[in-house]
Design a protein around this ligand. Sequence first.
Ligand code: UDP
Ligand code: MG
Length: 329
Amino acid sequence: MIQTEAAVAEKAASEIIDVSVLVPVYNEEGNVPVLCERLLAVLDKQSWKFEIILVDDGSKDNTAQELRAAAAARPEIKVIRLRRNYGQTAAMMAGIDHARGETIIPIDADLQNDPEDIPALVAKLDEGYDVVSGWRKDRKDVRLKRTLVSRVANSLISRVSRVRLRDYGCTLKAYRRDVIKGVRLYGEMHRFIPIYATWQGARVTELPVRHHPRVHGQSKYGLERTLKVVLDLMVVMFLDRHFTKPIYVFGGFGAFSLMLSLISFVTMLYLKFFKAVSMIITPLPLLTAMLFLTGVTSILMGLLAEMIVRTYFESQDKSVYLIRETLNC
Ligand code: UDP
Ligand code: MG
């Protein structure tokens, strides 16, 4: 199902144009008209062939009507409406699948990002980068708490992923088509696109962008998003270091656990036969059994993960390497 939808989208996207601006939209009735106006004001001034793809992520307010009106006024404005609220990442994924632009630029619908920054991002990309990441240098979110949490999260992501950016969460970024077309996103992972891109050999840089307080509607997120981001980060880290060899992680942990189990077992025997301490009064038998089971289970899970990884690559004809260029082939 997902595959056929992506294939249909890919076909519709076969004619390439210069720039696709992608907007995930969820309950933003107050922002849509202004957003379209401001995007068009910027884009009409450029010489690019462009499109604006608005993805309605199952809005429950008047967003759909506003989007319809906007699309009726200008053929460059395209609207994709999802069946229900899938979340910002899925909405962006739908937009990416339909985008025909050589350059793809996601932006928030709430005008916290500034459409006026788009030409600068494109200019930076043209200097020879594959990803230009917007950095909200002077962030205007109401709660200080949030800015602080995001700062910690950003430095954590930067350290773990070894891709040095200062603001992963900023939606406004510019991507060259080939680095973003292949990515599949899950959960809150749109913020990790620059990381995936780097792994695939992309040149990534960042550029300060403006940030404004939200005027209409309200933020869809609270602090619980941070937990999701941290969990996603663990997945990303796993995928980065061990994706092709999960047995090294599970097996390593399993072997460690078995070793502890053995130590516990030997200690237990030693105490019994040399010190005449009964096995029952120490926690050692239980510890031995638990560590042994944990070890065996981990190794078995590692083998299972190896099978899944093979299915992943082989069933979808995915390659474990990506080619930048070929000559005379
Ligand atoms: N959004 C979406 N689906 C959701 C939640 C948010 O498409 O389930 C969109 C929302 O309309 C906005 C963008 O994602 O364009 C960022 O959301 P928000 O402004 O609430 O996030 P914040 O700026 O507070 O981090
Ligand atoms: Mg916002």
